[in-house]
Design a protein around this ligand. Sequence first.
Ligand code: GLU
Length: 498
Amino acid sequence: MEATIDKPSTRSGHPTGLYVLFFTEMWERFSYYGMRAILLLFLIDNVRGGMGLTTSEGAAIYGIYTASVYLLSLPGGWIADNLLGQRKSIWYGGLIIMLGHIILAFPSDKAIFYLGLAVVAMGTGLLKPNISTIVGELYPEGGARRDAGFSIFYMGINLGSLLGITIVGYLGQKVGWHYGFGAAAVGMGLGMITFRTLGQRYLSQHGNEPRKAETSEATTSGGSKALIGFMGAVVAILVALQLTGVLDLTTAQGLAQAMGAIISLTALGYFAYILLAGGLDTVETKRVSVLFIFFLAAAVYWAGNEQQGSSLQIFADRHTDLTFFGWQIPSSWFQNLNSGFILLFSPVLAGLWIFLANRNINYSVPAKMATSLLLLGMAYVVMIFASEQAITGVRTSPLYLGFTYLLFTLGELFLSPVGLSSFTKLAPKRYASQLMGIWFVGSSLGNLVAGLFAGGFDEENVAQMPSLFQSVAIFSLGAGVLLLLFVKPLRKWMGGIQ
Ligand code: GLU
């Protein structure tokens, strides 16, 4: 049954349920980004009770972890669509995340620590796609109002990230690693309390039931067989890569590369399955094909954006002038520019979308995503200039990095909240959460590529920096131009959905 339209119950005209989801997700992101901010530092620290791994091992583990978190959104979405519904998935997901952070909060050995990470990743996979799907359900009429709702929701994400990086980062680095991990558990606990107490009242029936009833038995059993066949094929490919020496699965870097292969095969396999055997009609087939293109754009975008934690972090640390009125700014603070700019510009862009919609000016989603990739490319053009200066041995002005962050963060606002909203509009209802999961698989791939790319930034090889940044710039600008060429057909295939 279709959800009933919520009466706007706040002055801004958005349902109160949006704010319940806003604060739940804010606390979840507090725990995620907070923990993530200290994770790599903890893994490679051998002075303050960290794990003492080498930088490349630590970076590979970090890449595998962040990629798994988003990859697990796909099964997390499937569980909501087929077994639990979104509400229960969010609830159990949150509890599992909290349990994971509690495991991390107690000093232990490596195996237990990795178990804690795996538990956080599984819980996040269950929570993350499903909370976004419910945001979409609050606006059954779709349209620009839903886009604006997602922009507000996105501010919650970034407020959580800002607070998490600041508080968990401070506790972890200045007081003790495990206090930081503990603070992440407390944050997730606050999110759960918010969701439980206010969700009952303000989320009505949204997300209470799985949509499985709308999928035929034949499709479901076909799905199980396809899944088993797919997993067999992935294992066979990995074994072949190992035996031919293409990958070395006994090293962290080899595992990270294998993870890249698994993510790509999963996304391609999933789209092939749903398009060929998902029981879609012609309109749905076209819309899901559009989602495939959006997925590719997202993967390219996040591969550039997520270099905040990898190559751009290294550049901030080693090549940027960090003195500010005689005070040394912690290099990791640059990462807060991303959430800061998002909080600043979200209302501006949300207002712009409504303004354009009211005047019937159609700035379509594919055009916005192409803009996003072009902005990302321009951000890396700035980095080419910055790195050309840096290789002469001077520390560059922080304005370079500041401007780079500004450009790609604007790009994020043209892609990320817009993409979330489009996935809720274009996905067939019975596949809503799993397709939302696939959107995050794009992030998963991007995170991994960003991690692996940073491997080229070793201190011995500083001279190659401009050409590395140049390759990101060319790739992003090229992808943006290519997407621009497809705006018209994509709009047609979206079939009237804006
Ligand atoms: N900053 C966004 C979030 O945490 C990124 C999500 C994504 O990678 O798609 O939700």
